[in-house]
Design a protein around this ligand. Structure first.
Ligand SMILES: [Mg+2]
Length: 97
């Protein structure tokens, strides 16, 4: 499955389940839902619940793909472009982290 196809399917499910009703959730609130999933992944890591980590990582990706599609961005093209940009960068981007 291509990334854009996944994004379309994820967004269609989110719409169907009522998570894209106009005016209910702002762009910023949706971004914070990504952070919430990252927090859940961190909690699973801290509790050594390794079996739960993949699902939380999947939740992060799902939230991002839903947002991208919902706001009309071609995330597959954006990822491909950014991967090329990253490949061209120097080791550790000439910095520390
Ligand atoms: Mg989660």
């Amino acid at each position: 499955m291509h990334i854009r196809d996944a994004a379309r399917e994820i967004h269609a499910t989110a719409v169907e389940k009522g998570f894209w009703n106009p005016g209910e959730i702002t762009f910023g609130e949706r971004l914070m839902l990504v952070v919430t999933e990252a927090s859940e992944a961190m909690q699973a890591y801290k509790k050594k619940q390794d079996d739960e980590i993949p699902e939380e990582l999947a939740d992060i990706v799902i939230r991002v793909l839903d947002m991208a599609e919902g706001y009309g961005y071609d995330i597959e093209a954006a990822i491909a472009a950014k991967m090329q940009k990253n490949k061209a960068r120097p080791y550790k981007h000439n910095g520390r982290l």
